[in-house]
Ligand binder design. Sequence first.
Ligand SMILES: Nc1ncnc2c1ncn2[C@@H]1O[C@H](COP(=O)(O)OP(=O)(O)OP(=O)(O)O)[C@@H](O)[C@H]1O
Ligand SMILES: [Mg+2]
Length: 274
Amino acid sequence: MLLSVENVTKVFGRNTAVDNVAFSVDKPAFVGIIGRSGAGKSTFLRMVNRLTDATAGAIHFDGRDVLSLKGAEKRAWQSDCAMIFQQFNLVPRMDVVSNVLHGTLNRHSALATMFNLYPTSDIHRAIDILERLGIAEQAAKRAEALSGGQQQRVAIARALMQDPKIILADEPIASLDPMNAQVVMDALRRIHEEDGRMVVANLHTLDTARRYCDRVIGMREGRIVFDGTPEQLTTGVARDIYGADASFSEASTSTSIDALDANARAMMEEVEVL
Ligand SMILES: Nc1ncnc2c1ncn2[C@@H]1O[C@H](COP(=O)(O)OP(=O)(O)OP(=O)(O)O)[C@@H](O)[C@H]1O
Ligand SMILES: [Mg+2]
């Protein structure tokens, strides 16, 4: 097994945010995690990355006992396990290349980093990665001057600078319009296919999970309630995962342009009825 998650639990006070989660993945797949707000998706990813300590359970990745790593080994894991966030987490006033070079932070001394003294080879590599993501012409701009989709691609570039084995993405497209969402998901998928890096992405829409993932895990109230292929993720199953009532509609969990159009049409029809 490449990744095995064994009965992982996270308790906050009296609230069990992640409840006995277990699954395994035998090759570097593109895995999506879906579920309504509060289901435990972010908490789970944060445990994998060791941003949060698990209350119980074990995680193994490629022979490493992730949850028991300490010190330098834990930092090495965090470098192999890059994280991407909904809000990009860039330094807004800093230029794009410097933001990307931050991905090598744990390899350099604090002093060198403070004075922006990066090896030329790293700078070239950063530009190459930006090129690959189609944003090299933005390299000298401040991060805050870029569109959301461009900023998220900078965040992906920063992640790639770490040369990670696995990329964890927590709702990477939740703040983006449908067009930019597609560009960012396409970039992640391409990185997965071309480099063989595993991706685990928390996604808030069904259509994105269906379109980009090899495997989808559905969480509800901290537990896994679905684990299967996109084909197995039928509307009925989705209704189960989201715990939705009769008003549940695919469009309400969709970012696609088609679905937005459908929503707009539905609204227009309502207006006409009124
Ligand atoms: N630091 C924390 N302290 C206390 N409770 C927390 C903390 N972080 C998360 N929780 C709780 O754990 C549960 C799961 O939260 P989590 O953020 O993992 O859900 P999520 O599936 O990522 O939701 P969303 O879709 O809104 O991002 C929630 O009940 C939340 O209130
Ligand atoms: Mg979350």
